[in-house]
Design a protein around this ligand. Structure first.
Ligand code: NI
Length: 180
C-alpha cells in the first residue's frame, strides 16, 4: 500500500525512533508498504518516521545504478548489490568512516530542496533483517550515503540540519515556506 509521506514541519520527523523488539506481521506489512511508497516516489530510501511510524526501520534501494558503489561486503564477503536490494533494515548500528565528501542530497519529506551535504564516504554497520538475520554491511558510494541519511531520520535528524552555514542560509526561505 502506498502511504502518505510526512512533510517537513511534521513533529514525527523530529522523534528519536524506538527499537523494533519483534518482527510481527504488522512490521512485515509496514516494510512492504515502505518499499512501495519509496518506489512510487522515485526515492532511493525511506525511513519509518516518513510514514509517521516511530520505529527504527528503513528501506534503501540504489540498484538502479550498480556503479554507485565501489565495494560491498556482507558479513565479510564481497556481494553483488542486487543481492541485498531493496534492503529493509531494522535497529541499525552504524559506524561512518573514511574521508568526508560533499554531495547533493534531497529528501522525500522536504520537497523541492536539494543541497550539498558533507558525509563520510564509507560505512560499516550491523542491520537486522525481517527474516531475523543480522548482516554486517560495509560499503561506500551512494549506498553509504543513503544509509547515513536514513539512519539520521531514525534519530530525528534531517539532511538540512547538516548543511554548512552558507548552504543553510540559501535554503532558509524555502524551508520557512514548507514548515517552520
Ligand atoms: Ni530523507
Amino acid at each position: 500500500m502506498i502511504l502518505p509521506i510526512t512533510q517537513y514541519g511534521n513533529p514525527v520527523l523530529r522523534v528519536r525512533c524506538k527499537r523494533v523488539k519483534e518482527v510481527t506481521d504488522e512490521i512485515r506489512t509496514l516494510a512492504e508498504s515502505m518499499i512501495e511508497t519509496m518506489i512510487d516516489a522515485n526515492g532511493v530510501g525511506l525511513a519509518a518516521p516518513q510514514v509517521a511510524i516511530e520505529l527504527r526501520i528503513a528501506v534503501v534501494d540504489v540498484s538502479h545504478d550498480p556503479e554507485c558503489i565501489s565495494y560491498l561486503r556482507v558479513n565479510g564477503e564481497d556481494t553483488d548489490l542486487a543481492e541485498i536490494m531493496p534492503l529493509v533494515f531494522i535497529n541499525p548500528d552504524l559506524e561512518a568512516h573514511g574521508e568526508k565528501e560533499l554531495r547533493e542530497e534531497g529528501c522525500l519529506s522536504i520537497e523541492d530542496i536539494t543541497a550539498n551535504v558533507k558525509r563520510a564516504t564509507e560505512v560499516k554497520g550491523t542491520f537486522e533483517l525481517l527474516d531475523g538475520r543480522v548482516l554486517e554491511i560495509e560499503t561506500d558510494g551512494l549506498l553509504a550515503r543513503a544509509i547515513q541519511h536514513e539512519v539520521d531520520h531514525l534519530n530525528g535528524i534531517l539532511f538540512v540540519d547538516r548543511l554548512s552555514a552558507a548552504a543553510k542560509l540559501s535554503v532558509r526561505g524555502k524551508l520557512k515556506r514548507l514548515g517552520q
